[in-house]
Design a protein around this ligand. Structure first.
Ligand code: XMP
Length: 539
């Protein structure tokens, strides 16, 4: 089920870590485990590995040698992290992991950890290096790319530095403040780089990862969207057999791609349910029906439930009451319309990898993650087995997959949209009239953004209808209308966001079109609040 509108707990909430749950090698031949010593570093490394067509997964640093061995990974990458290896309680690695014979690349903190745990020396309280530095190659290297010049730029961010490599290791490069900037033990297949190869400011960084993965760890570049589709199709067929699955479509990217993928695997054994709450964006419902029913030939139950939602929302003003009302109604409608599918045993959900990744702690044990809207609203008594074909993927990978599956750009590049829809973008009571007004204003905001070519740079851009009125003048007439608030934000993950610095001419076009074309709107304002302290949505 896509969205059940997240009752009152829409903000970040803890969920149980599921990262250690699945033995990955049943699904992928060559898995690289990225050991997390600092969430944001680990995610970037995991993505870079995948860009080199090798599947990667992030694991918490408390993982044991036995757990690593059970997963039979092709290689390990130890991420950077914010701590010093010298402080009490600094995260480390189960030392038995070094004896598993699995190739290891340590990055920054990861490199220092290798040095420290295997008997070298990490100097403390040195000057540190932050930003660009020049790497000097001092010996033959098995991980620095051949094409990287003897002296080249790298990106550094460290305070301590390795001063002595452990026995068996050779130092093959240095910088002014890092005497051992690269250390290598080719016999054991263990390598460390003090710099950050995963960032774009290290121009030969991808070359380091490429050499390590393809040459040292023997991972072929075979992980592509086509291979993901093939693997998921096989897996889904095997799990579902001749059973039936249902999928709640929200019109958003994740549930759409999940549905298209599962449909490719089991065809008519999948039934999709699209609940039109009447609170959707302009033209959205028509497009969902057109794409899924006509274009993809997917069996789709389209429930036009707007009237029910409006009746339920009459007189409701408090934001949390509104969310709860919409959420409850959604589940009721969903259940009523899947009641006929008594033999369905499986529920398809568009859960993504970031939904499962822990974040917020250098030790990888903190468990506050992005609000998990999809799971949040599932009816408790639903006895369906979950199918989550996108649970290994990042958002941009899901988009690529969607395109590969033949979904149109309008769906693949659709902005995130809250489960309660325009209901939480109308301040005060929600009525059909206000929804129509907001749909028009919102469509103008999005159309102008697209015309300016900024659609893919902006995380979300939309209109909000305020519950106040102001005086204006049109022609010779005094007006007393509603203002529309335009909200446009940039973000990577919706956890934090900044207001988008949209060009003034673009804002001017939005403003004049909205006031001219949408009856009842006589003023447009632009929201210049970041998150925090604001949230992206207004309610
Ligand atoms: P906030 O407003 O909390 O939103 O900064 C963060 C992101 O989540 C979306 N959002 C929701 N998505 N159900 C959803 O599926 C919801 O109830 C919900 N509330 C907010 C919001 O659009 C933004 O992308």
């Amino acid at each position: 089920m896509p969205n059940p509108c997240c009752t009152s707990e829409r903000r970040a909430r803890p969920i149980r870590s599921r990262l250690l749950e699945t033995p990955t090698n049943e699904r992928h031949d060559h898995v690289v485990l990225v050991v997390d010593f600092g969430a944001q570093y680990a995610q970037l490394i995991a993505r870079r590995v995948r860009e080199l067509a090798v599947f990667s997964e992030i694991v918490p640093n408390r993982i044991t040698a036995a757990e690593v061995a059970a997963r039979r990974p092709a290689a390990l990458v130890l991420s950077g992290g914010p701590k010093s290896v010298h402080v009490d309680g600094a995260p480390s690695l189960d030392p038995a992991i070094y004896d598993l014979g699995i190739p290891i690349l340590g990055i920054c903190y990861g490199a220092q950890l290798i040095a420290q745990q295997l008997g070298g020396t990490v100097g403390r309280g040195r000057r540190g290096e932050y930003g660009r530095a020049t790497l000097h190659r001092t010996g033959e290297s098995a991980v620095l790319p051949a094409e990287a010049p003897t002296h080249h730029d790298v990106w550094m961010s460290h305070f301590d530095a390795i001063t002595e490599a452990p026995v068996g290791f050779t130092a093959t490069a240095s910088t002014d403040d890092a005497p051992v900037a690269v250390l290598e033990d080719e016999t054991r297949g263990i390598y460390g780089v003090q710099f950050h190869p995963e960032v774009v400011h290290s121009p030969h960084g991808m070359g380091v990862l490429r050499r390590f993965l393809h040459e040292r760890a023997g991972c072929p570049a075979t992980w592509t969207m086509t291979s993901v589709i093939d693997a998921q199709v096989d897996l889904t067929r095997a799990r579902v057999g001749d059973g039936r699955a249902i999928c709640g479509l929200s019109g958003g990217v994740d549930s759409s791609v999940a549905a298209a993928l599962v449909h490719r695997a089991i065809g008519h054994q999948l039934t999709c349910v699209y609940v039109d709450t009447g609170l959707m964006r302009k033209g959205e419902s028509e497009q969902v029906v057109e794409t899924f029913r006509r274009h993809l030939g997917i069996e789709l139950i389209h429930v036009d439930a707007g009237e029910r939602f409006f009746a339920r929302l009459a007189g409701v003003i408090d934001p949390e009451d509104k969310r709860k009302a919409i959420g409850d109604e959604f589940i009721r409608v969903f259940e009523e319309n899947t009641g006929g599918l008594v033999d369905a045993e499986f529920l398809v959900q568009g859960t993504l990898y970031p939904d499962l990744i822990e974040s917020g702690g250098a030790d990888g044990t903190a468990s506050v993650i992005k609000s998990h809207h999809n799971v949040g609203g599932l009816p408790e008594d639903m006895r369906l087995t979950l199918i989550e074909p996108l649970r290994d993927l990042f958002k941009d990978e899901v988009r690529r997959l969607g395109t590969e599956l033949g979904l149109p750009d309008e769906i693949v590049w659709r902005q995130p949209f809250p489960g309660p829809g325009l209901g939480v973008r109308i301040i005060g009571e929600v009525t059909p009239g206000k929804v129509r007004l907001l749909q028009e204003a919102d469509a103008i905001v999005r159309a102008e953004l697209a015309a300016a070519g900024l659609e893919r740079e902006i995380w979300q851009a939309f209109a909000v209808l305020a519950d106040i009125r102001s005086v204006g003048v049109m022609g010779d007439e005094r007006t007393y209308g509603h203002p529309v608030i335009v909200r446009a934000v940039t973000s990577d993950d919706a956890m934090t966001a900044d207001w988008a610095r949209l060009p003034h001419e673009l804002l001017a076009r939005m403003s004049s079109r909205i006031t001219n074309e949408v009856d009842g709107i006589n003023r447009v304002v632009y929201d210049i609040t970041s998150k925090p302290p604001g949230t992206i949505e207004w309610e």
